[in-house]
Design a protein around this ligand. Structure first.
Ligand code: ATP
Length: 238
């Protein structure tokens, strides 16, 4: 059972009733799979996809938190239904799909709504990630998540045995993200400002690859990491 304050934000913030149960609390959850799990993270446009594609091409299973976040909010899903109950019918469009742009703009301007969104989606994302990680068949797995280190609430870093950070200069990051995205430079800068600094991210990393050069230079750094991850001996569960 989640605590009362938290549970109220899941439904009607004024409600005194616990309508949703999430148990046990995330920080006391235990999760263990024999497969080593490598958390992959980096800022917007840093090259996470380029890195995870390389690992996938080596036959390594990749679980992508962004993909999972998309999946759990599919048409008719219980998580989407919870969000409708919490924020209103406008959350879905006429076809029943989540109106992602409307939700994004709403929570950008309203921090309380953002907390409500996160309190609904984070447990569901975490649960589905655990589900996918428990089915991994490769020697190790990559868990790619842009907010692996930022979002304590989602608790994804606690699922990982090691953290691999893709580091890139802010200048290169901005250049690559803006030439790929339709988003404005200002919007990308705002996203970067909301993410951890390079230094803070690196401080929490076990492994760091630098992606300031071309893809050949990036892949050359991944090869020895792949070998090390294949040899990684995970401690047994006590
Ligand atoms: P986001 O979190 O925003 O989805 P990301 O971290 O997954 O981004 P990528 O999509 O891998 O980043 O890379 C961003 C853009 O930069 C892409 O267009 C990608 O092709 C390009 N890119 C990545 N690494 C390099 C590189 N070393 N040289 C040139 N282009 C690169």
């Amino acid at each position: 059972m989640i605590n009362e304050t938290h549970s109220q934000s899941l439904s009607n913030p004024d409600s005194k009733h616990d309508e949703y149960e999430i148990d046990p609390p995330q920080k006391f959850q235990t999760f263990y799979v024999n497969t080593p799990i490598i958390g992959l993270t980096g800022g917007i446009g840093s090259g996470k996809t380029a890195v995870s594609n390389w690992f996938a091409a080596k036959g390594i299973d990749v679980v992508d938190a962004d993909v999972v976040a998309h999946e759990i909010m599919g048409k008719g899903s219980p998580t989407l239904q919870m969000l409708v109950e919490a924020l209103g019918d406008w959350v879905v469009d006429e076809s029943g799909e989540m109106d992602r742009r409307a939700v994004r703009e709403h929570v950008f301007a309203d921090n309380k709504a953002l907390l409500t969104l996160e309190s609904i989606t984070h447990p569901a994302i975490r649960q589905e990630i655990k589900n996918q990680l428990s089915k991994v068949k490769s020697a190790y797995a990559i868990l790619s998540a842009p907010l692996l280190l930022e979002s304590y609430e989602a608790g994804l870093v606690s699922l990982c045995d090691r953290v691999l950070v893709v580091d890139v200069s802010e200048e290169t990051q901005l250049k690559r993200a803006s030439s790929r995205d339709t988003q404005s430079v200002e919007k990308i800068k705002a996203i970067m400002a909301n993410q951890l600094s390079r230094q803070a991210r690196i401080e929490q990393a076990d492994d760091v690859v630098c992606n300031n050069e071309d893809l050949v230079a990036l892949y050359a750094q991944l090869e020895p990491l792949h070998e090390a991850y294949l040899a990684f001996k995970k401690l047994p569960k006590y």
